[in-house]
Design a protein around this ligand. Structure first.
Ligand code: SF4
Ligand code: SF4
Length: 278
């Protein structure tokens, strides 16, 4: 089973759930796809990580072939090309590497050069394979790094993907590779508001999903009520407990340190196996 762990906003507890769930699924691959703020590494003290760069193709214009028709400039919706002083100028930091300008140039004046946008580190922690994605600060989108992280996900028996927060393109790139989505929600009114944006995306993509209520103070919270009203499966509740927060903030795995949470995550794994059907 390949599980995407999502949240409508940062700080809801997505990484907390992803790293601890990984530990209770034998041989699960952990993928840190939150490439703008990759903090999964703090929980797996793995040495000797192998690193490789992720690159994208950005345009290079041959001034000898360019006739100045400006079709490429008009095409680029990201304003990564401009026509200045009779020549096309490129702004690689703004480029989303869609390749469209190369296709629309009637003169074949645009080729590409490879530019690094991020890095993937790979390692192991006991029986778990680990992949950590990192986006170079200032780059426009984490999607190329995420696509490379998830390229081989179909060949893995179990993978837990720690996704970026929100409901944008990087989240879409993560979710498409998975069987089931686990959305971590803070059960406050704000948490419900952010959850709804993520839920809308998952409905559009036709992905099955369930909820984890994190920092749950009582049975009757706005988040809990939303799940009841909308008949959403709540796969686990994690209590609001300073002892849990303290373990997590020290970079430790709560399933290894807190017996009750160890059982809670094993129950979550069993609920997930039923939801996913394996
Ligand atoms: S590759 Fe796409 S984003 Fe980049 S300059 Fe060309 S059209 Fe713009
Ligand atoms: S589309 Fe090609 S020929 Fe036209 S301005 Fe751009 S690079 Fe030059």
């Amino acid at each position: 089973m390949n599980i995407a762990v999502l949240s409508g906003k940062g700080g809801a507890g997505k990484t907390f759930v992803a790293v601890n769930l990984t530990m209770v699924v034998p041989h699960a691959l952990y993928v840190d796809a939150d490439v703008e703020e990759p903090d999964g590494r703090f929980f797996f003290p793995a040495d000797n990580l192998e690193a490789k760069d992720v690159t994208v193709g950005v345009p290079v214009v041959d001034p000898h072939l360019c006739t100045g028709c400006r079709k490429c400039v008009d095409f680029c919706r990201f304003h990564a090309l401009s026509f200045i002083n009779g020549a096309v100028r490129t702004f690689p930091k703004l480029c989303h590497a869609c390749g469209g300008c190369m296709l629309v140039c009637p003169e074949g004046a645009i080729t590409e050069c490879r530019k690094p946008v991020g890095r993937i580190r790979a390692g192991r922690y006991f029986d778990h394979r680990l992949l950590f994605g990192e986006l170079i600060p200032g780059e426009q989108t984490g999607v190329p790094v995420i696509e490379e992280l998830l390229a081989d996900i179909g060949e893995v028996e179990h993978a837990i993907i720690d996704c970026p927060p929100g409901a944008g393109c990087p989240v879409t790139a993560c979710v498409q590779a998975t069987d089931y989505c686990l959305v971590v929600m803070e059960p406050t009114r704000f948490g419900v508001h952010d959850f709804i944006a993520t839920e809308r995306l998952l409905k559009t993509l036709g992905k099955p999903y369930g909820v984890i209520l994190n920092k749950s103070t009582s049975a009757s919270t706005p988040g809990g009520q939303y799940c009841i009203d909308n008949a959403l499966p709540v796969l686990a509740r994690i209590p609001y407990d300073p002892a849990i927060a303290s373990i997590h903030s020290e970079g430790k795995l709560v399933v290894e340190e807190n017996e009750a949470q160890g059982h809670n995550f094993i129950d979550l794994r069993e609920r997930l196996q039923k939801e996913v059907g394996r």
